[in-house]
Unconditional design. Structure first.
Length: 437
């Protein structure tokens, strides 16, 4: 038996991925910096039995388009107003089962700091933390950390392998039960259960041990979203949760099969990782109402913001003269997401578009319909082995996820493909729990 997994995609800003949703009349912009905003959505997701949530994040303002950040700031494109690591403890305090995750870059953070911070949060949340591992894709982020530009993509992944190896070595420095706290014997910690990491790689080394005891999970759940061949190789080795922006059912099935083949070659089982495409969902009382709602949302997207967002994703300024895919690839240098470039090529081929036409389109992985037809579409992809579940993007805050949990989740439960209770103690246990029956 299989049960669908659900993860919410959030940002510490007005919306998540949809560039126009913040302008919707129902979008609440009053409390973007208020802790209550994040506590509320955490409660909503736990009531909807989501596996968890995670925050996408960036370490600099997008400033590729027209050589500045004005367009992205003024028109409202994907902004993180707060550090998610400050928000997650608030969400953990008002929930008991919901997984909480954040995005942290291996290019800009040392393994010891990453391991220490994530282990602390995993302990405080009773084993519910996920780490979305990224290597970063934009030079403006690199410059904020004193680097002129990003290292080449494959090198970033080689370095990321070492960062994760080092973090795992640090997390394993403490055995379970090391804290004795025996007043009578005068022993606080059994030091025989603590050891050095002594990790040495080509780019990173760390002696350890951590000052942080072993967490309930042992280590955070590892997430990844790379779509390039090197990114897929990294995911096949490390990821326990993968979210992917695949465009069609066939794309999803191909990605799903490819990751499982890569995992098998490394001795991993398919059940060691859940694969979830990212989707946006619009729900209506009828099909026509849902379609109208989706069209209205699209009408709120400023065309210039689309170009600015595409510039960030591709790593090239589309306000300048860029003739085709090969020209964009030549100008982008070390930045940009290979998955975004591949997806653009796919859209051009399938829809017969030129490069200029394709970059001007807002490409949405949107599912819309009544709760029943949305559940139909999700069930079809799930049972067709295109995925193990979905990363559901927050759009209009907070109503999009509220409505999904109120209407679609009960329909999935009625069909027996989604949980009615949490079975695990930790996030890792929940994503690997076997359904009853």
């Amino acid at each position: 038996m299989r049960e669908m997994h659900l993860l919410a995609y959030l940002k510490t800003g007005p919306t998540a991925n949809h560039m126009g949703a913040w302008r919707h009349p129902d979008s609440d912009l009053r409390d973007m910096l208020d802790p209550a905003r994040y506590e509320h959505i955490a409660r909503v997701l736990e009531a909807g039995f989501f596996d968890g949530l995670f925050f996408a994040d960036g370490l600099g303002l997008h400033d590729i388009y027209k050589g500045g950040f004005h367009t992205r700031l003024e028109l409202g494109g994907q902004i993180s107003f707060l550090d998610p690591m400050m928000v997650l403890p608030l969400m953990a305090r008002v929930t008991k089962h919901l997984g909480i995750g954040t995005t942290l870059s291996t290019t800009f953070h040392q393994p010891y700091n990453l391991a220490r911070t994530l282990a602390s949060l995993d302990i405080l949340s009773a084993g519910r933390v996920a780490w979305n591992i990224v290597t970063s894709t934009r030079n403006e982020e690199a410059r904020n950390f004193g680097m002129p530009e990003l290292p080449p993509r494959d090198l970033r992944y080689d370095m990321a392998d070492e960062v994760v190896e080092a973090c795992c070595a640090l997390w394993d420095c403490w055995d379970e039960g090391a804290i004795v706290a025996d007043k009578d014997r005068g022993i606080l910690v059994d030091s025989s259960k603590v050891r050095y990491a002594d990790y040495k790689g080509k780019w990173f080394s760390t002696r350890g041990p951590l000052t942080i005891p072993r967490s309930p999970q042992g280590r955070p759940v590892l997430m990844q979203a790379g779509s390039s061949p090197r990114g897929r190789a990294f995911a096949a080795r490390w990821a326990e949760m993968i979210f992917c922006p695949q465009h069609t059912k066939a794309d999803m099935q191909s990605f799903y099969a490819d990751i499982h083949a890569r995992m098998a070659a490394l001795g991993r089982q398919a059940e060691d990782c859940v694969i979830m495409p990212q989707i946006e969902i619009v729900i209506g009382e009828t099909e026509s109402i849902a379609e109208e709602k989706a069209s209205f949302l699209e009408s709120l997207v400023d065309p210039e913001l689309v170009l600015a967002a595409q510039s960030s994703a591709l790593g090239v300024d589309l306000a300048a003269k860029v003739d085709d895919v090969s020209d964009a690839a030549e100008k982008r240098g070390t930045q940009g997401m290979q998955g975004s470039m591949d997806r653009l090529k796919s859209v051009m081929d399938k829809e017969g578009l030129t490069f200029k036409q394709a970059v001007q389109k807002s490409h949405r992985d949107m599912i819309f319909g009544t709760p029943q037809s949305v559940a139909d579409q999700m069930q079809d992809l799930f049972e067709s082995r295109a995925c193990d579940g979905f990363v559901v993007s927050q759009m209009v805050f907070p109503s999009s996820l509220e409505q999904f949990c109120r209407t679609v989740v009960p329909e999935l439960q009625r069909r027996g493909i989604f949980r009615k209770e949490y079975r695990g103690r930790t996030l890792r246990e929940n994503i690997r729990a076997t359904p009853k029956g």
